[in-house]
Design a protein around this ligand. Structure first.
Ligand code: GLU
Length: 297
């Protein structure tokens, strides 16, 4: 079986303890399956990209002994591929212009978090059958087909969501002209031949949308595994927005062991990085290895 995994950080700052947990799980899953592990810099939201954060993330990964395979891809250089995908969807009659303002729909929040934030409602379809008089096209939305999307998450088990009900017609190209994360990630995973996505549980709520898009674009949807998030003492998800500090790389082994424990896995006896990686990979392979994958595929 040929396995292709990826780590796809947004370069809005250095990696912190939370993002390392996702990186570690994705790396180990790829290595445990003798697969490739790709690095993709998700700077699709160009204004949010912090200059130099991409290089910093790469340095952090190297310092931890996490080496990626093949060339790095930057989403900011992939406009043509996203345009082609949008055209393909448009030819199926699946794309329409939306004139609703950001305040009306609060789609930026929907964009950033996998799920609708508390109190938000799915897009009501205001512009679905044509722009209301006086409206100008701002964003481009996907006409989402009805029906329940079902998939098996390798960490969380069976999942389902009816995107048309829970989310509604979602944005593919934003009013500011930027490509939506949902479209970019599906196009790139397909272009890079990604078979397995391992990422944080904050993105679980994006998976059904991404599967809908993959089907409409005629590309395979990767298997998924959504690993636990890390919370700070206030109970907030560790994130750059919440002020999570950059990883402490003065003692890389301790940093990795802490991320490993966050996954609920038993302590490893490794005394240095050189011992940590084979021990962690072997443990991961026993726990989440090939046979389990095959059984569920
Ligand atoms: N770029 C996203 C993030 O940093 C991850 C996207 C993904 O793994 O699909 O949260």
């Amino acid at each position: 079986m040929s396995y292709v995994g990826r780590f796809a950080p947004s370069p809005s700052g250095p990696l912190h303890e939370g993002s390392l947990v996702a990186a570690l799980a994705s790396y180990l899953d790829a290595r445990a399956h003798h697969g490739r592990w790709l690095l993709r810099i998700e700077d699709v939201d160009k204004p949010r990209a912090v200059p130099g954060a991409d290089r910093c993330i790469m340095d952090q990964l190297r310092a931890l002994g996490m080496h990626w395979d093949g060339p790095v891809i930057w989403q900011s250089q992939r406009d043509a591929a996203y345009e082609t995908a949008l055209q393909q969807l448009a030819e199926q009659g699946r794309v329409y212009p939306c004139g609703c303002t950001r305040r009306e729909i609060a789609d930026s929040a929907l964009q950033r978090h996998g799920q609708l934030p508390e109190g938000e409602r799915p897009y009501a379809g205001t512009c679905r059958n044509g722009l209301p008089p006086g409206r100008v096209p701002r964003a481009w939305r996907l006409r989402v087909p009805e029906g329940t999307e079902r998939f098996d998450d390798r960490w969380l088990g069976p999942q389902e969501q009816d995107v048309s009900q829970a989310i509604g017609d979602f944005v593919l190209r934003r009013a500011d002209g930027l490509w939506a994360y949902q479209l970019a990630v599906v196009v790139d995973d397909a272009a890079q031949g990604v078979t397995d996505v391992v990422r944080g549980q904050d993105l679980l709520g994006s998976t059904a949308r991404q599967r809908v898009l993959a089907r409409l674009l005629g590309v395979p949807a990767p298997r998924v595994m959504h690993v636990p998030l890390v919370y700070d003492e206030r109970g907030l998800k560790l994130s750059k927005q919440n002020g999570a500090p950059a990883l402490d790389l003065s003692r890389p082994l301790d940093t990795l062991q802490a991320a490993w424990r966050q996954l609920g896995l038993p302590a490893l006896p490794a005394r240095d990085l050189a011992a940590f990686w084979p021990q962690a990979t072997a443990h991961w392979a026993r726990r989440f290895g090939e046979r389990r994958l095959d059984a569920r595929a």
